[in-house]
Ligand binder design. Structure first.
Ligand code: RTP
Ligand code: MG
Length: 139
């Protein structure tokens, strides 16, 4: 059992492809309540800090290029068991391996450009939510 909040970003590829509405529909239909949301664009510094855990990986430069190339939708979501249930809803990192019906299976093209982010622990959900939202922006 995990906590009741997670953090997500609809990534630039999914925004470019016009999938914001369809993805939000999947998220709310799965029982997640949106408690904070904004349309924004990450700076290179933001993206580097957000994905600092991957900074030694060979794909880090591409990841920063990708995540900063256009706007994203950032949101905090609430539901029982939020982190695990949301990771199940979005599917595997590589859409080729993602289960049928998952957001990445439906809306992502590749492991690098995979439509959506979901926090991987309660601790990171809290850190990532606080990175993007002030207390006044969370309802
Ligand atoms: P995320 O953090 O975005 O929710 O994705 P994740 O947990 O499923 O995957 P993670 O291992 O944390 O990787 C973060 C993001 O880096 C990009 N990536 N590219 N080219 C590659 O081999 C590769 N591997 C990862 C993806 O955008 C991935 O979501
Ligand atoms: Mg991750």
């Amino acid at each position: 059992m995990t906590g009741n909040r997670t953090f997500t970003m609809i990534k630039p590829d999914a925004v470019e492809n016009g999938y914001i509405g369809a993805i939000l529909e999947k998220i709310t239909a799965a029982g997640f309540k949106i408690v904070a949301m904004k349309y924004t664009q990450l700076s290179r510094r933001d993206a580097g800090e957000f994905y600092a855990i991957h900074k030694e990986r060979p794909f880090f430069g591409e990841l920063v290029d990708f995540m900063t190339r256009g706007p994203i939708v950032a949101a905090i979501l609430e539901k029982d068991n939020a982190v695990d249930d949301f990771r199940a809803l979005i599917g595997a990192t590589n859409p080729a391996d993602a289960a049928e019906g998952t957001i990445r299976k439906l809306y992502a093209a590749s492991i690098g450009e995979n439509a959506i982010h979901g926090s991987d622990s309660d601790e990171n959900a809290a850190i990532e939510g606080a990175f993007h939202f002030s207390g006044r922006e969370i309802f």
